[in-house]
Write a protein that binds this ligand. Sequence first.
Ligand code: S3P
Length: 167
Amino acid sequence: MKIILAGYMGSGKSVVGQELSGKMDLKFLDLDAEIRKQENLTIAEIFAEKGEIYFRRKEARVLEYLLEQEESFILALGGGTPCYGKNLQLIKNSAGATLIYLKTGLLQLKQRLLSEREHRPLIKDLGSPEVLEDFIRKHLFERTFYYNQSDLIISTDDKSVLEITSE
Ligand code: S3P
C-alpha cells in the first residue's frame, strides 16, 4: 500500500503524513527530504544553485524510484509534484497507490505561508501579504486541475491534524 499526499505548500502534507504513519504503522517518506538527502543541499539551495528545471527533473526521478519500491509507505509530495511532466500519470498508474489531496483554502494557506516563506524558494521574495495572496490565488487555481485528479479529496480548513488523519 502506498498512500501519497498531495496539496499546495502549507496544506499540511508532512504533518498529516507523519501522524498517519504512526497511526497506520507505515513508514513515512517526504519527497523533498529524499531530494535534500541525495543532493546534500536544501531545497532553497538547489533552486538557487542549480535552478528549478534541475529540481523538477530530480523530483521526477526520485518519485519514480520511490514508486518502484515494493514496500508500503506514506509519501508527502512537494506542492508542485503532481503538476509537472508525467508525475501524476506515474502515481495514478502505480499499483497499490492512493493519491489524497489535502485541500486547504486560500486564507489559511496565506496565514501559514506568511510565516514560513524563508525556505520556500517560489514565495520567499514575495513582499507584502497582498502580493503573496495574489500569487497563491493564481498558482492554486492553475494547480487545482492536477490536485483534483486525486483518488480522495480531504478539506483541511478548520480541522485539526487528528481530524484530518482520521478522515
Ligand atoms: C514546491 C513546494 C515545496 C518544494 C519546492 C517546490 C512547489 O514543497 O517541493 O519548494 O512547487 O509548490 P512543500 O509543498 O512541501 O512546501
